[in-house]
Design a protein around this ligand. Sequence first.
Ligand code: RFL
Ligand code: PHB
Length: 389
Amino acid sequence: MKTQVAIIGAGPAGLLLGHVLRAEGIDCVVIERQTPDYVLGRIRAGVLEQGIVGMMARLGLDDRLKAEGLPHDGFNLADGERLIRIDVAALTGQQVVVYGQTEITRDLMDAAAARDLEVIYGADDVALHDIEGDAPFVTYVAHGKPQRIDARFIVGCDGFHGPSRQAIPASVARHFERVYPFGWLGILAEVPPCNHELIYANHERGFALASMRSATRSRYYIDVPLSERIEDWSDDRVWDELAIRLGPEAAARMTRGPSIEKSIAPLRSYVFEPMRHGSLLLCGDAAHIVPPTGAKGLNLAASDVHYAGEALVRWFRAGDGDSVADYSDKALARVWKSERFSWSLTKLMHRFPDDGPFERRMQLAELDYIASSVAAQTSIAENYVGLPV
Ligand code: RFL
Ligand code: PHB
């Protein structure tokens, strides 16, 4: 098979890029290892910046997002005693939208056939070849048979564990990484949220986040040591811990219920440079990971897709090679700022095993400063709604 752009991975980054390119009349094929149900079974992000909301609108794929997404004017930081509200709308003139990554992925998936976007699911042994030349190709195995797709560009949207990043030679690769000594235990339940806006809490006993998917579905997280096993966390134990960490006010309004999903995700900050090598571009988690504090991962994947889409459209329309050459620097400038925000909010809101009373006082002093300073709140708010693309 021959195409203009071969996209590896049908997560949100790969599907969004596929739609962006098809809307411009560029041929592309998306190659995914898993089945559609498996991809939709991964419960992840929940908070959308205006950037991805605008992209879905420009594609004409935002009917459900407009109907079901929950616009939020602010969110709260809690220090164990009080809620510090960050009035995002008043401070920036913008909102964020609470709408699950699963729903975005479903919207993109459902529209693929009608937009003539081909997505191949169940592709095994995906491998990239000749990425340094101008005729790269992808091989994979489908139903036991070897397959090959020739393309002008390959875009790796295959997440942190995919093969695309590995295809870039070690001689040009640079890795920047911080692994955190805890993970987030997440629980999804068919119960109304305890608060109409998100609460990120830093309690003596650790971090907690109250989030939601709808008026009847809640998403909560607590941080746990990496040594914890999910089997040791009954639903009751999770609810008890949430009630303590979120504080009495939220606990009084918290409705408990059986978990629909419960899992522990490790936290990591990671950046790979460069994000382009030869005819291969990387987008999303394939190139970088942020800890989920601040809700930047999916949004960063969308801004990469914006830059990559723009560069590829210029290349195919006008033969403009500079835009592809500049992709990595342009994307990385935004990536590093999101990395900084996610890392600083993670440091502010979590207890690290080596922290003593001094570090605790530093966190409380910073939270107190934020509570009293419009300048500090503005800085947090403008990062939370998303820096300009
Ligand atoms: P994905 O979603 O990992 O998709 C990659 C796709 O590539 C496929 N793949 C392959 N396909 C072919 N061949 C191979 N060999 C392949 N290997 C992998 C995979 O099957 C998959 O379908 O990456 P993408 O598209 O870059 O999207 C990134 C986002 O998923 C991620 O950044 C966010 O989920 C992060 N994140 C959050 N981001 C936000 O913006 N807001 C949030 O509120 C938020 N909350 C979160 C999060 C991530 C979390 N976890 C579990 C890490 C909360 C959590 C708990
Ligand atoms: C979520 O609802 O899953 C969520 C919300 C905010 C975050 C991370 C995850 O920072």
